[in-house]
Every structure is written in C-alpha cells, then in structure tokens.
Design a protein around this ligand. Structure first.
Ligand code: GLC
Length: 750
C-alpha cells in the first residue's frame, strides 16, 4: 500500500490539497481519493467501445486527417511518434472537442537520452555514476518534450545486459543491478519531476522483463532466466523504479522460459501488481502482443489479445488486437468486463494525474525557446564529460597543454559525425545542433587544426593511409576519433565481432608508426574489444556516444579543462569469445588459479595438465577492464578502511569509514565503490556485488575521511527457500575505485 501523506497548504485564501504518494507529490488535481472518484465517474459514463478505445495506442506520425475519424469515435487512447506541437494540439483538440466524452490523448515518444538536446546514451550516463546529474538530464528532456506536448516517454530502459553483442546494451545502465536501480530512480524523478505538474512526463520502465539476456546477444531472442535470477538480478531495478513512483511499464519482446512477457501473468500480475504494488499503466512493446502468434504462444490476433489483457496488459501498442477483438471477447464471455474496467482505470488515472483534462494543449511559441536552452546544453556537456572513461594514459600523455600545443591532426571517421555521435534512440536530436570534436577543436585552436579523416565511415576498408601519415608527420599531436556509427548500435543491431570495424585499427597502427603522440577517443554504443588498439595509442578516452555536446566535452577532457571521472558500467572484454564475462559472477568449484596460458606453454611431448580451473587457454579468466574501472589525471589512495563493528544484526546499518587522498596534481572526482560478498548461502552467491557508491571531489593533495553506510537488509537475496532475506554468516566488504581492487574487510551477520 502506498504511503499517503496529506499536507494541507493554504494559499491565496483557497485550499490547495496536495497529496504525496510514494516518491512523488501527485498533481494538484486532488487527493488520491478525489482522483479515484474522478476515474470512477468517467468510467461509469463510458461505453464498452469507448473503454476499449482508450486501450488502443497508435503511431501517429502522419497527417492529422489520417487519424481524425478514429479520434472522434474515441477509438484511440494514446499516440506515439508525433512531436510537432501544432499537430499534437490539433490531435488533442479533435479528441477533446469532437469526441463524445472529450478524453485527451496520452502523447508518447521515445525520449531515451534527451529530446532535442541529446545527452550521452544511457550506458554512458551510467558511466558517470552520478544519479543527480542523470536526473538533471532527464528533467531537461522532460522540459523540452512536454513543452511540445509529449507527456509520456518510453524510458528508462532497465534491462541488465551482460552481452555487448546485443545492440541495445547502449540503451541501459550496464551489467550491475545496484547501479541500474540508482539510474532508474534518477530518470523516473527527472522525467516525472518531484511534483507531477505540466512539465511532468510519465516515465515508462522497460522492458519487463529479462530482455537483455537474449540468447547469443541476438535481439528479440529467447531468454532462459530462472526465477532466482529474475528476483536477484533483473527485478530489483524495477522494484526501485516503482518505489520512485514510475507511472507506466512496458512489456518485453522476449519469451522467458517459454512464456512471452506480454502474456505472462506471473510477472505482470503476481510479481508486478501483487508483490511490487505497481498501480500504473502497462503497455505492450510495439506489436509484442501480435508477435505472440509468431512465438507460437497464440493461434491468432484474437487469441493473443485475450491472453494479453487477462495477463495484465492495459494498452496495446500497434497490434490493434484490443480495438479489433475485445468487444467480441467480452460479449462471448471470454474476457470479463471487470478486466477492461481495471485496464481503463489505469489509463484514465495517468491522464488525470498529468492534468491533461485541465491542460491538453501547449503553447507552441513558448516551446521554441525551451529547446536547446543554454542550461540544457551545459547539462549535456557536463554529462558527456563525466561519462567519458579514461582507459589508458601512458606517461601522462593527457592532458595536453593548450598553451603550448603545436599543430593538431584530427582524424578518424567519428571526428566530424554530427548525427552519429548522438547515438541510438536520438530521434529528435538534430545534427545541425551537434558540436563535433572537429568543430570544437577548430573553434578553440583555429588553423592549428588539420583535418584528414583517413576513413569517411567506420566500415570503410583502406590498405594505406599515406595522406594521414603525411599529416601526422606535420603535426605535434594526433587526435583520432574511432568507433561505430549510431546505426551499428541499438535495437536489432547486434554484432558477432566487437573489434573496431573496417580499417580503423590499421589507421591507428599507421599513426602509431609515425612516432607521434596519438590520443584515441572512441564513440560507440557498447564496450568494443579495443585491446589491440590500446597498443597503438598513448592515451584512450572511451566516450560511448556522447550526444549533442560531445565535441566540447572531449576537447575539455583532452586539454584538462575537465578531468575524466567515468567508470565502466559494463565489463570490457579482451575478445568477443569471452562473452558472457561480468564482475558479479559466482565463484564456481574451480575458480581460476593462475593456470598457464597457451602462449606460455613450451612445446613439449605428450599431454600435460594445464590446470583444471575455469579459464580460457588463450585469453585467461580476466577481462580487458573490470566493472567500475576508470583512470584519472590524478591518482587516489584509499587508507584507514574500517568497519564500525565486526558483527551485525539483520536490522543494522553497516558503517565503513575510510580516508581518500588525491595524491596527484589535478583536482578531480573519484567514484568510491562499496562491494560486498556473502561467503556462504543457501544458494551460491556472487564473488562480489556493488552495494553503494559515492562521487567525491578532491582538490590536488587533499585528504578526506568519509563514512559510507550499507543497510544490512541490502544483502538480502532470494534463497533456496524462495524467500528474500539476509542469511546469517560470514561476509566481506571492499571500498575501492573499481570492482577488481582493494582488500576485503570481514564481518558477520548474526
Ligand atoms: C521499440 C522498442 C521500444 C520502444 C517502442 C516504441 O520496438 O522495443 O523500446 O519504446 O518500440 O518506439
């Protein structure tokens, strides 16, 4: 049951009744009971056809006239893919003024990492480990989108992903449950606002559930997650988002253990409604209802419409299954009217909470000034700066000194790619507003910059790079921008090879051979296997796809106006053959124990044992970079790490104190991470799990003593008895700058 706090606020002699529910104050449309009364009053006036019309969502990016008749008949409850405020106003006007009941539309869009001002892709935002900044970015997205009439976004995507072959790894927060949950909360707060009002854009937590575990990293493929994996790894971010007040949820395309999510009563009702207490709106993914026929889970569209609505789906995106078959299904008794009423209640409630009945229209003129506002671009630039991960910096190659730098060669297919640096799911980002690295560097260094791309696009094959090599010889420093274009990332864009595509590695080899200092920046939607390329540069920044302000951000980082602080939200692999490899894995009965690699084996007669533990003969048992990893221009030292007790009760809070010193010469941020291991459980447990993090800003030479806390109940897991609880026993705790560093402290839980 959601906590309801009624706070009475007397204003202007009137009484403005504010209610707060969960993480959010609801809109000023009244208390929960008043909202529910409004829902019931409206529901009681609706015909069955009008109710079913509310459950129908259509893509409406065409001409208004194409949809007018359906709107007048009340056959559409929501539209997506229209963002022109003039058209949205007209579509709303027809719905409100020309239909029998005047119910406004819920206008949706995939505002995934920004609307017009595009932020780093969500995987990059996760690399900031900065929920406050991520919330700020989501708020910017909501301000821009709602000013044009978009009041519902299909974000945040919460899919845990451990397979970089999967194109949509770009769209989530990586491999870790705790980080994913914090990012989910931040985006829900940012989109919806801490108070629901006219700038609130209903969040949509997706894809429910387990979509990121697609077998083979091939999108839409089957998943085979156990209930224990669902409950311990994939569901907690959704639980956190529901507690944060997320208003809607989207079902996922995958069938898990044979059951497509869009028809899965267990996850949509038993877990989502009964256990997590979600009382918002459930929408299908695009035709995911219809695709249950293809899955072989239903015989035809009528059959899967019945399965979906009975499983707990409220709104159908683009199958037209509800609008085509529900009336007949109700008449035949196959579907109860009460099921329809429950679905429509969830739809009407959102529209009331968003104030759409009071304010269905937007001020078109005013919306123009909101887009790309300076404060929005500034937030995007800061996000791009914090999302960049410094993977290598030999001999302090970076930062460069802007005052003394000579000629700068800018090269590579991503140096001046204004559309591609926006990344996937950036529908409304306009490349005319993108500032590329080349543009930013030219702005700052003028004629000192020479641009010889070498490759005009990432997949281009070239045997020689004479033009680039000659330019490198003329230059003082080489800045190379490589990676993958936006089209190689995102939905359905999966790869079986994660090396830099085309001749990009050959380009870097040619540049390295010149002996010049080579700084590589990678723009990509996933962690590519860049081990070979690391050998051919002096420093590497990994920026994922950094968005509209990627250019200024990278220029600031390269020249030291900003100091890299990003940390890997996903394990970086040596080869694609290591998939899946992630930090919070189980120990196994034979953990790797320094067995010899193939390259170290002398050619000797006969078969000898190479050690019987869990590893690869060719690439060992460790990745290229672990989760939570990232360098800085300075260095940090952890000391005096102490627990406040050696033994805790399940209701205790663990306090861990430590001293962090900035031992270098740059003021910088460090993401302090807290990991915990449960040594023995009723089921085997991960070798460590992130249970807290904090970004700390320290000046050069500064030492700071800090305390972080971890409630013991955060160590609860769903064990052999099917209950979620903290099991007594021995634990270890780390405080470190990444998941592979530091020494453990031991403690007990009684
Ligand atoms: C897509 C995606 C989903 C998106 C929806 C609407 O297929 O799976 O994440 O929100 O369709 O564009």
């Amino acid at each position: 049951m959601k906590e309801i706090r009624i706070s009475l606020l007397l204003t202007l002699g009137g009484l403005l009744l504010l209610t707060s529910c969960g993480g959010h104050k609801l809109s000023t449309v009244g208390s929960d009971s008043e909202v529910e009364a409004r829902v019931e009053r409206l529901l009681s006036r609706m015909t069955l056809a009008e109710k079913i019309g509310q459950m129908n969502q259509i893509s409406a990016g065409g001409e208004v006239a194409d949809y007018a008749e359906a709107l007048r008949k009340g056959q559409v409850g929501s539209i997506l893919n229209e963002v022109d405020p003039v058209k949205i106003n007209e579509l709303q006007r027809i719905s409100v003024e020309e239909s029998r009941l005047g119910i406004p539309l819920l206008v949706a869009r995939d505002v995934i990492h920004g609307f017009h001002t595009v932020f780093p892709i969500p995987l990059g935002l996760a690399a900031t480990f900065d929920p406050a900044l991520v919330e700020e970015g989501a708020r910017v997205a909501a301000l821009e989108a709602t000013s044009q009439g978009v009041r519902w976004t299909f974000s945040p995507m919460l899919d845990i992903a451990r397979d970089p072959r999967w194109g949509r790894i770009a769209e989530g927060s990586g491999e870790d449950t705790w980080l994913d949950a914090r990012m989910a909360e931040a985006m829900v707060y940012g989109y919806q606002g801490r108070d629901l009002d006219s700038t609130s854009m209903a969040a949509c937590i997706k894809h429910f559930v387990g979509y990121g575990a697609a077998e083979g990293g091939r999108d839409y493929n089957s998943t085979f997650l156990t209930e224990r994996q669902l409950r311990n790894i994939y569901l907690p971010p959704f639980e956190a988002a529901v507690k944060a007040g997320a208003q809607t949820l989207m079902t996922s395309f995958n069938d898990n253990d044979g059951v497509p999510s869009t028809g899965n009563t267990f996850v949509l009702k038993d877990v989502l409604r009964d256990e997590l207490g979600f009382d918002g709106l459930v929408v299908t993914d695009w035709n995911s209802m219809g695709e249950m026929v293809s899955h072989g889970f239903g015989t035809d569209r009528k059959d899967v419409a019945a399965k979906a609505v009975k499983a707990g789906v409220d709104m159908d995106m683009m199958t037209f299954g509800f609008i085509s078959h529900l009336e007949e299904l109700v008449s035949s008794g196959a579907v109860k009217r009460s099921v329809i009423d429950d679905a429509v209640r969830n739809i009407l409630r959102i529209k009331i909470l968003l104030g759409l009945f009071e304010n269905p229209y937007v001020d078109v003129e005013a919306s123009r000034a909101v887009q790309y506002a300076p404060a929005h671009l500034d937030a995007a630039r800061r996000s791009a700066e914090e999302s960049a991960i410094l993977l290598k910096n030999d001999a302090g190659a970076l930062p460069l000194d802007a005052g003394s730098v000579g000629r700068i060669l800018v090269t590579g297919p991503l140096a001046d790619a204004p559309h591609d640096q926006l990344g996937t799911w950036a529908f409304d980002g306009e490349k005319t507003h993108t500032v590329t690295p080349l543009a930013a560097l030219r702005e700052r260094f003028g004629a000192k910059v020479e641009y010889v791309p070498g490759l005009t696009y990432s997949r281009q094959e070239r045997a020689r790079f004479d033009d680039v090599v000659a330019a490198a010889r003329r230059a003082d420093v080489v800045l190379a921008f490589v990676g993958e274009e936006a089209i190689l990332s995102g939905e359905a864009h999966c790869l079986s090879d994660l090396d830099l595509v085309g001749s990009q590695s050959a380009l870097l080899e040619a540049l390295k051979a010149t002996g010049k200092k080579v700084i590589v920046t990678v723009f990509a939607g996933r962690p590519l296997t860049i081990g070979r390329d690391l050998q051919n540069c002096d420093a590497m920044l990994y920026s994922f796809h950094p968005g509209t302000m990627g250019g200024p951000a990278v220029a600031n980082l390269i020249f030291g106006d900003a100091v890299p602080s990003g940390k890997t939200p996903i394990t970086f692999l040596k080869t694609v053959g290591q998939v899946p490899m992630y930090y919070n894995h189980n120990m196994t009965g034979r953990p790797y124990n320094n067995e010899r690699l193939m390259k170290d084996i002398e050619l000797e007669a006969g078969q000898t044992s190479l050690g019987n533990t869990s590893y690869y003969l060719d690439s060992g048992a460790s990745p290229l970079f672990p989760f939570g990893y990232g360098l800085s221009y300075t260095s940090f030292e952890y000391s005096d790490i102490k627990l406040d007790k050696s033994s805790y009760s399940p209701s205790d809070v663990i306090s861990v104190s430590f001293t962090l010193a900035n031992t270098g010469k740059y003021d910088a941020d460090e993401v302090v991470q807290v990991y915990v291991r449960d040594l023995v459980g009723s089921v085997t447990r991960p070798v460590k799990e992130l249970k807290g993090f904090e970004r700390l800003s320290l000046r050069a030479g500064e030492k700071r003593s800090m305390t972080l806390t971890v409630p013991v109940d955060e160590l609860a897991f769903w064990g052999l008895d099917g209950k979620k609880k903290v099991e007594p026993g021995d634990f270890q705790l780390w405080v470190a700058g990444d998941s592979a560093s530091g020494a453990p402290l031991s403690f007990k839980v009684q």
